[in-house]
Design a protein around this ligand. Structure first.
Ligand SMILES: [Zn+2]
Ligand SMILES: [Zn+2]
Length: 236
């Protein structure tokens, strides 16, 4: 279990020192002297960190046993360092729906900074959650690939392998309950190429987890022995 808050507090003093007077303004409060990756120390500390998440599904766990226990999951581990609320929600909405690509790089860098993956099981490839061709045309960019670019700027990252293809959704996911969403995603993905043994499935936001689970099952059935889920934010 990762305690984000503890490590943040330990780093607090260091981060304050890293605010540079000549650096670009913070992307959240516009104060001058942002540190890497584009936020001032105060805004960075105040981000909605996903404290003590479940290592299987990344839901904030509190003190109890996570509800995911007792059912099979395709992930060996889920790393989702932030919650989809407050400043992170604003950054992600601005990035995805208003095309603020710099914010996509920023949230990718935030994810990259928080990933902890042992050498022995380090993914051989990052598989970006695919988008449909019509969504890609509408948006003009691939949001998960932009997040990958930010991630790669903040740390070494495995190469991208586009192993999955996505079929257009028949019903808009946001309108479905969590239970119906699980059944509605069956058959959404198919393999384009055989995945390597260890992969990291990369996504922006995990809501119920149904879509990420379905994609990970397809990768597992296609030959991946270990699928880690890497995503920026989890709906609490
Ligand atoms: Zn700030
Ligand atoms: Zn869980």
């Amino acid at each position: 279990m990762v305690n984000w808050r503890a490590s943040l507090l330990v780093n607090n003093c260091i981060k304050r020192i890293q605010n540079h007077p000549g650096a670009p303004p913070c992307r959240l409060c516009a104060d001058s002297g942002s540190m890497s990756p584009g936020l001032c120390a105060e805004c960075y500390i105040d981000l909605p960190w996903n404290e003590s998440p479940c290592t299987r599904c990344a839901l904030p766990q509190g003190n109890g046993r996570c509800s995911c226990h007792g059912r099979p999951l395709p992930f060996s581990q889920a790393q989702v360092p932030l919650l989809y609320e407050g400043a992170i929600e604003r950054l992600i909405v601005g990035f995805k729906y208003y095309g603020r690509l710099a914010d996509g790089l920023l949230i990718g860098a935030l994810l990259g900074q928080r990933l902890v993956t042992p050498k022995e099981t380090y993914p051989e490839a990052v598989v970006p959650m695919p988008t449909t061709p019509s969504r890609l045309r509408e948006r003009g960019f691939d949001q998960v690939f932009e997040i990958y670019r930010g991630l790669r700027a903040s740390r070494t990252a495995p190469p991208v392998r586009r192993c999955l293809k996505r079929r257009p959704a028949r019903v808009h996911q946001a309108r479905l309950s969590a239970r119906r969403r699980h059944s509605s995603v069956r058959g959404t993905f198919r393999l384009r190429q055989r995945p390597p043994r260890y992969v990291a499935l990369l996504d922006d936001v995990v809501t119920t987890g149904a879509t990420a689970e379905e994609a990970a099952w397809v990768l597992r059935e296609g030959g991946a022995r270990r699928v880690e889920l890497w995503a920026v934010a989890r709906t609490p």
